[in-house]
Design a protein. Structure first.
Length: 73
């Protein structure tokens, strides 16, 4: 499952960020493999807004498609 498939309020654990440049960008926010994030909202035709560590981070849909996650049930 990829990050762009999360629904509002749903939580997930990051399992893989295949692109090295994207991995570095996410690391700047403290997000690494194993980080728990939640979907704050998904804007129509816009970014996926995540909550992590008290901050909100907007990722474009194409970027979010690259990040593999495992959802928390």
């Amino acid at each position: 499952m990829s990050l762009n498939e999360l629904k509002r309020g749903q939580s997930a654990t990051i399992t893989n960020v295949p692109d090295e440049n994207l991995r570095i960008q996410l690391l700047r926010f403290g997000i690494i493999n194993g980080s728990q994030v939640s979907c704050h909202c998904k804007l129509p035709f816009g970014p996926v807004v995540l909550k992590y560590g008290g901050q909100e981070i907007a990722l474009g849909r194409e970027i979010a498609r690259q990040v593999t996650i495992k959802t928390a049930y």
